[in-house]
Design a protein. Sequence first.
Length: 347
Amino acid sequence: MDGLYMRWCVELAHKAAGHTSPNPMVGCVIVRDGRVVSEGFHPKAGRPHADVFALRDAGDLAENATAYVSLEPCNHYGRTPPCTVAFINTKVKDVVVGMTDPNPIVAFKGIERLKSAGIDVRLCAEEEASCRKLNEAYIHRMLTGKAFVTFRTTLSMNGIVVNKSGSTSDQPGGYYSQLLKEYDGVIVSSNFAKTNTLPISHEAGAKQPLYIIMAQGEDSQLNIPFIKEGSAPEAVVLTDSPISVEPAGIEVLVLDRMNLESILQLLAQRGLCNVLVDFREAGGDISSLLNNFQEAKLLQKVLVELLPIWTVSQGPCDLAFGGNQSFPLNDMEHKEVNGCVLLEGYV
């Protein structure tokens, strides 16, 4: 039954997708005598952790119960008190952990504290992979100090890059709307920003991503007509030489080197855990970055939306990384949504 309850934890945790950064998503279920007596998830950074919500709701029923939690409980004081103390004080009998926390402040310390208090702790190996996938961006940032980078594009059936998504993709509950909700930042080209409204997530309560607009080799002025000063989503322009941007109020940062390494260092300083590179057209600002992705091992994930259309190319359509180089994608998954095929793989 450990796997069943841990999957429950993962589903709970995912309710807060897009809201917990820079914290991980965590879910917790309290089970006593074969019955779920309470549940909880971490809603956002600064709020109580999943374990605390679940234990509060369980009340006296937490004593001698088994707690399932998708991530190792913390054992330090941060914005909130240690979760280990809550488990100990409520006299939980067992704690089943989905995975250890890669944060060096937490790693194994929470498990050791619980064991020292006489609580039996075990790892749910059956669902460790799903727990790790849930927080892949958090894990990557903890291990590397960099944001998790996902490359996304949309292709026609004949492999042409198209600047559109599936018919319901942008609607509430759609693939792209949900995707935007889960990312801290989205990198787009200046060509896209000059001719398109920056898309937003239409999910209820969604926190909109920061838009990073690449403006390499631009003229002295960049006009972004479809964004208003002070409006959502927030945007920042990255350029390799000073330029003026309209409308006024959009932040402009001049980088010595316009490569992904420099961009990720900047985003790390801003606390971003994950970033989506939204490739809408071959050639241009983003294409110039692609050669650096694989060389520097900075690309982690690839998402492709395949539309049921046949398109005639109007220009460059090559989206290869590093010219003629190729590399395998691992853990490939696919699913069909409203006639479109969504492909996902890891570098």
